[in-house]
Design a binder for this molecule. Sequence first.
Ligand SMILES: Cc1cc2nc3c(=O)[nH]c(=O)nc-3n(C[C@H](O)[C@H](O)[C@H](O)COP(=O)(O)OP(=O)(O)OC[C@H]3O[C@@H](n4cnc5c(N)ncnc54)[C@H](O)[C@@H]3O)c2cc1C
Length: 515
Amino acid sequence: MLMTKKQFQDSIRARNPMNVWFLGKKIENLTAFPPLAASFNAISKVYELAQRPAWKDLITVKSHLNGEDVSIYNAPLRSAEDANRKTRAARALAEVIGCCTHRCTGSEAFAGLGPACYDMDHDLGTHYFERFMTFLDYVQKHDLTCTVTVTDVKGLRTLPPHAQPDKDMYVHVDEIRDDGIVISGFKCNQTGILFAHEIVIVPTTNMKPEDKDFAVACAVPADSPGITFVLGRTPQDKRFFEVNDDIEGIDLGKKYADHQALVYFDKVFVPNDRVFLCGEVKYVGRLLSYFTAVHRLTAGGCKAGGCSALCGAASLIADMIGVQKAGHIRTKLTEMSMTAETVYGLSLASGVEGFQHPSGFWIPNPLMSHTCKYTCTKIPFDAVRYARDILAGFGETAPSEMDMRSAGVGSICQRAFNPGNPDYTALDRLRASRFIEHMVRGSNWTAMALHGGGNQEASTVMARMYTDWDYVKELVKVAAGIEKDTAKAEEFLDSIGKRKGRICNYGDLPKIDKN
Ligand SMILES: Cc1cc2nc3c(=O)[nH]c(=O)nc-3n(C[C@H](O)[C@H](O)[C@H](O)COP(=O)(O)OP(=O)(O)OC[C@H]3O[C@@H](n4cnc5c(N)ncnc54)[C@H](O)[C@@H]3O)c2cc1C
């Protein structure tokens, strides 16, 4: 059953005490801790919107497992339509909260685990798929927030997991018991993890047989014993203390944000019914292929939403200070708008050009998804540059809200910062300026575009792997008459018209439609 915002907040408050640290001190009450207030507000908003009739069709869906209305973040993608809904939801939510939804990554872990478990059962005779679907059913029925922990801290990148002098550089299995496994190790950069009910752990990289201990996928409640969290910094985290957790404070830029944390699993027990891969090294690559195909599709949706908001903020500033008609400003704003549409388009297209896995899960077109994420690591940075350009120097160095409102210098500051446009006040200009500041250098929004879901090189490596190099060469051999075998050329010509996913090579990924 879907939780209301209040039920969600109560469920988070009802968790067991967690070992969470920030600035050298233990956080006693997560939901009342100022630097986490905007993050708690963001995920609460996602729950609130799921109850609003106008959002229902976008972010909830009827479960094929139990027939209930469930969050799209707990439901597998089963068609191109589902994939497109995920893109649209990511964009729409980003247009509201301008940060991570806190719920996406869990859904992407499920998108990776479902087909990977199915493949293992098919090839190895294991029973992971049923176990996984039972877990998913539980998550759906309780409307839980799940977060995926993929990124291990990795130490020296040239050493594989088993060769690291400190084994905890990658999460690994310490012990296999009759009733479950015990795991240890670090994961970093974990978005939204402090407000998750469940942590889904998957490996970060392909593995060789020697790395068997590190090939583990499982789920643990976020409040399990043995887990330590250290909240990461953002440039503006101390401002939350200044505004005394009043997240309406103008200097925060906006009242929604996400958070990231370092996580240490210290001999955490995982019962068997929550273990979805344990030692099957060969299937780690598959799991990651399925996972990244969906994760990198989502990046295009949420970056599109962020770019729309950034474009809106820059456009407002231009109106305020009277430069909206200048040719170069119009060009820059239009480029920002086209940036949003480019990554949105790639995300939608990778859903449409995907394929059905025998498990029933829909896999977006991997080449397009990796291209989508690759593009997210690049063009939003031009949008960021344009927004800062239009913001102007005084927008970047503006006095604080406290000075703007102070008895001593308030009137001086407000006079100086008044844009001169009778439709707007100095405080309106400060609001729009801080919004831009939040997105471009106050929060981790740009870090998310660059690294979240994989960096430029990680996307490039996968895009290279999923490009059908033989096909693109054969195209030209046939077109240019280099192919001398006429029958082969004719057969190839017919295959072009029937081909789905164009130049994508699906490798050994099992799919129902063989075209
Ligand atoms: C704001 C933010 C939010 C995040 N949220 C999450 C989250 O919720 N869950 C999660 O699990 N992770 C999360 N991440 C982690 C993110 O997925 C990783 O940062 C990303 O996958 C890259 O890993 P890495 O940072 O360890 O860098 P690496 O991949 O180790 O890269 C380090 C350097 O090596 C280069 N490089 C990488 N691969 C290659 C290669 N094959 N060949 C040559 N050079 C290469 C890179 O370009 C880079 O310069 C988040 C990160 C950020 C910044």
